[in-house]
Design a protein around this ligand. Sequence first.
Ligand SMILES: [Zn+2]
Length: 290
Amino acid sequence: MPTEIGNWTVHPLETGDFRLDGGAMMGSVPKVLWNKTNPADEYNRIDLSLRCLLLENGVHRILVETGMGSKLSSKFKYMFHVVQDDDPLTNALRKAGFEKNDITHVILTHLHFDHSGGATETDQNGEIIPSFPNATYFISKRNWDAGMNPNPRDRASYLRENYECLMNSGQLQLLDDDSLVVEGISTISVDGHTAGQQLVKIQDSGETLVFVADLIPLKSHLKLPWIMGYDLNAQLTLKEKAVFLDQASSKNWWLWFYHDPASVMVKIIKDEKYFTVIEEIIREGSTQES
Ligand SMILES: [Zn+2]
């Protein structure tokens, strides 16, 4: 189900699904409210997707985010109820008609394991190497520093094996806040979730799509006070979300969800209280009503 944004073809790469604690995902929102939109399983976990975005325009083949990757132990998969192929990125790319070697740019919004896991893989000798031999990897300077010296509060989400080798392979390009990657593709820096997270904005021929990553992980988080308990600074997330969603609604941007199990992208308008979805593209095969 590829979509066009100007001259860019946009492919959703579904690399897998997993589950996290519903209360931790919804912060101060009571379960009686969130359980209606994001029903919990017997361990109180809710469904999340790992929907990477592939952009191509005949010159560049840009991958935003890399899923969990292929280095997971069975214990890890069990804990997070990870459901994915053995080599999820290879399979998802092939469905779209590409190979890992074709990728020219990899943009990571931040280095938490559910976003950067597929950036590296294990070779036949057991060594960890970059998964995309021909790509430059773009990470924000400030998030790279956070990944190398994590805050005690989100330390468990930063696993060096997912990114450390990029430095030595010479494929790493560290970005300042709000940078241009290639013409039409830029980053928007936000800090409430973790230091130096970068959203990715694709702008071409009057159309705009933003990969909203963990600023707005699920469609439910379009409601301003719905903020993850995982965020380092919930008050800052609230402010960043309010500013961002105002812009997104007044400028008619598409918003791309990485973690929403059913909703791929939406357009919104501001109503008296929050923001209402006015257009939506649903995941192929999903039965969830919009
Ligand atoms: Zn995430």
